[in-house]
Design a binder for this molecule. Structure first.
Ligand SMILES: Cc1ncc(COP(=O)(O)O)c(C=O)c1O
Length: 459
């Protein structure tokens, strides 16, 4: 196939890029990726990169998996589309719902499918409202999220997200969404405050918020077990235990957003299991299909499902659903992915390789540019700082994290900067030698960044 050297120009003229500095894109141009195999992807000039973030924390089985391609191909041939509206069904949606109910770390009575994480969390908001209306608790509607959280970008899920860039000039968040503190001791802890004291303070602040707003108005709290887009924040030990106690006291539902953490990423099947809490419901997406097909879901507990049945009697039917709810090709891919996870003990592998991953991050924490290294299982980040001793951050305008990612890319590693935290979340299939190489490339990129920062007088 002839190489289209004009792809970059055509991209800039035709494609709107999410979460991209659109003003700068015209100059820098896109990175055009053409193919992938294992943990590697290749650009349109044939350069190879380790995909250190599994795309967007999602391609857990890597690229070019023939079994998944075959599962999709076979289902496309058998029944390329079917939906679940008006009581229609197909065997794969039934089977996948059963599998998810079996593995869910929460009381799952039913499964509701959709296409992505934002939609899943959007449904969590809608169903929480629906449930409380059905149960006559019409004031119990507010949903608590956390600053720096990422739960998606639709009007409701974008409101749950706690990042200014997702709210600014989009007129978000909508009313009824509250944000409490982010459990990042390194950045949010007060001088001399231990992790234990920090956790106790955050639980007390959450309780104050609930009391101030009125417990009869607070319906749910949504949380990522490990906060990915915040820069991979692993909460202190005991954090979820402390906030769960508060939520139970005021009859507040706990929703675990497992969109990144689900299916082995943290070394347990679900992130809430790694962090020792039991939610009422989970949102899952990404690794459920190893990102080969857009498919997501939420679990529905029995009482909520019965409320939905009651509403059907009242309203005539359950008035929600998407054309692609339970898409059969997505379900076929997800079932094959779950089969591979089980057959190849991917969760056990992630736990074992996760210990190595965590050790690599801990080692990089010693780098002069790194203030904190954070990891749980196979997801982690290093936070770059202007002063290692005090933890003083760089001026955001210097875009040090973004520069580190550029240097990494030149060295054949794709990773992601959230502010000055540089994250890694490689495919779970990564080999130990490949992991070694990934961290070698990151370390070299940090050295490049350090040299550049010194040259700019930033460091
Ligand atoms: C924790 C979490 N929730 C929700 C989402 C949104 O998922 P999507 O981009 O599929 O809408 C993401 C995306 O990265 C995520 O990390």
């Amino acid at each position: 196939m002839a190489r289209d050297v004009d792809l970059g120009r055509r991209d800039v003229e035709g494609v709107v890029h999410p979460f991209t500095d659109l003003a700068a894109l015209g100059e820098s141009g896109p990175l055009v990726l053409e193919r992938g195999r294992g943990i590697y992807v290749y650009d349109n000039e044939g350069r190879e990169y380790i995909e250190g973030l599994s795309g967007l924390w999602c391609a857990s089985l890597g690229y070019g998996n023939e079994e998944l391609a075959e599962a999709a191909r076979e289902q496309m041939g058998r029944l390329s589309f079917s939906h679940l509206f008006g009581g229609k069904s197909h065997p794969l949606a039934i089977e996948l719902a059963e599998k998810l109910k079996e593995t869910a770390p929460c009381p799952a009575s039913r499964v509701l499918f959709c296409s992505g994480g934002s939609e899943a969390n959007d449904m969590q908001v809608k169903l929480t409202w629906y449930y409380n209306n059905a149960r006559g608790r019409t004031r119990k509607k507010k949903i608590i999220s956390r600053h720096r959280a990422y739960h998606g970008v639709t009007v409701a899920s974008g409101s749950l997200t706690g990042l200014p860039v997702v709210h600014g000039d989009f007129d978000l968040p909508i009313g009824g969404i509250l944000h409490t503190a982010c459990p990042h001791h390194y950045r949010e802890g007060r001088d001399g405050e231990t992790e234990e004291e920090f956790t106790a303070r955050l639980a007390a602040e959450l309780e104050e918020l609930i009391i101030r707003e009125g417990p009869e108005t607070i319906a749910a709290l949504i949380a990522e077990p490990v906060m990915g887009a915040a820069g991979v924040i692993v909460p202190p030990e005991g954090y979820f235990e402390a906030i769960t106690a508060v939520l139970e006291k005021y009859d507040v539902r706990l929703i675990s957003d497992e969109v990144i953490c689900g299916f082995g990423r943290t070394g347990e099947m679900f992130g809430c299991q790694a962090l020792g809490f039991r939610p009422h419901s989970i949102s899952v997406a990404k690794a459920m299909t190893s990102a080969c097909f857009p498919l997501a879901a939420i679990t529905v507990e029995e009482d909520l499902y019965q409320a939905m049945v009651d509403e059907s009697r009242k309203q005539g039917l359950f008035g929600h659903g998407y054309t692609y709810t339970g898409h059969p090709v997505g379900c076929a891919v997800a079932l094959k992915v779950l089969e591979i996870y089980e057959r190849d003990d991917m969760v056990g592998q992630a736990a074992r390789k996760g210990r190595l991953f965590e050790a690599h991050v801990a080692r990089l924490a010693g780098h002069p540019l790194v203030g904190e290294g954070r990891a749980l299982g196979m997801v982690g980040a290093v936070e770059l700082v202007a002063d290692k001793k005090s933890g003083k951050p760089f001026d955001p305008a210097s875009r040090v994290g973004a520069r580190a990612v550029e240097f990494a890319q030149r060295r054949g590693l794709i990773c992601r900067a959230m502010g000055d935290s540089v994250a890694l979340c490689p495919p779970l299939i990564i080999g130990e030698d490949e992991m070694e190489e990934m961290f070698r490339r990151l370390e070299a990129a940090l050295d490049d960044t350090e040299r550049w920062a010194r040259g700019e007088g930033l460091f």
